[in-house]
Design a protein around this ligand. Structure first.
Ligand SMILES: Nc1ncnc2c1ncn2[C@@H]1O[C@H](COP(=O)(O)OP(=O)(O)OP(=O)(O)O)[C@@H](O)[C@H]1O
Length: 211
């Protein structure tokens, strides 16, 4: 279980999360919805160990997180992957798609071709840099990167919002295949009710609604 209890976060004097609770169970897709600005992305960053909350507790498979960001242990950090809405903000523009997708592989030495193929990236696209590809193609590289270290939990923060229907369907299908194959837990954050239903229903996961 990836479990957040009583998470409180403030940006300066603005309190964004007040004692928020959320559990992401392995093997199912949990939906997360709520109005713009209610703190979904902030909670996603806490779950991915990228933001230390002002109060509350995060446990990953029973281990309480006490150190955050790069100070967290590699084991805990690699258990949770986060895929952002805007891939251009999440990548180094100087890298090729191959380098972006294989960044986590430097530690493991595994080849990138298999994962690239699974997300629909051709060898011709792998040699290009972010400004030479579409948002959808770049997001495919980000999904490949996110799955590279075989995380136990994948947080998808409006992952497909700015993409066309066919790229959206392909990436959601890839995440579903990964979930079924590995038993990973997925958190699907989206405003799109139709997508939420389609994504959570096959595994029977709950949808949490923030206010
Ligand atoms: N780094 C930051 N510094 C200051 N305020 C921030 C920061 N990040 C987010 N906020 C504010 O915190 C609130 C919650 O933002 P957050 O992005 O978590 O909401 P959200 O529910 O994901 O919204 P959306 O659905 O529009 O993506 C917003 O009012 C936002 O302006």
């Amino acid at each position: 279980m990836l479990r957040a209890d009583g998470i409180t976060v403030a940006y300066g004097r603005q309190r964004v999360l007040r004692a928020a609770d959320l559990t992401v169970a392995p093997g199912v897709v949990t939906g997360l919805a709520g109005p713009s600005g209610c703190g979904k992305s902030t909670l996603a960053r806490v779950l991915a160990l990228l933001r230390r909350p002002d109060a509350g507790r995060l446990t990953v498979d029973g281990t309480e997180v006490r150190r955050w960001r790069h100070r967290a242990s590699r084991d805990l950090r690699t258990r949770v992957a986060l895929i952002f809405q805007q891939p251009r903000l999440a990548v180094d523009p100087r890298l090729t798609l191959r380098e972006i997708a294989e960044e986590p592989f430097h530690a493991t030495g595994r080849p990138v071709e298999d994962l690239a193929d699974e997300v629909g990236l051709t060898p011709e696209l792998l040699v290009r840099r972010p400004h030479e590809v579409s948002d959808g193609q770049l997001q495919r590289a980000c999904v490949a990167r996110a799955l590279a270290l075989r995380p136990r939990y994948v947080i998808c923060d409006e992952m497909t919002t700015m993409l066309d229907a066919s790229t959206q369907a392909h990436l959601v299908a890839r995440l579903e295949a990964y979930r079924r194959e590995t038993g990973a837990g997925v958190l699907a954050i989206t405003h799109d009710e139709e997508l939420l239903t389609r994504w959570t229903e096959p595994s029977g996961g709950p949808t949490v609604r923030m206010t």
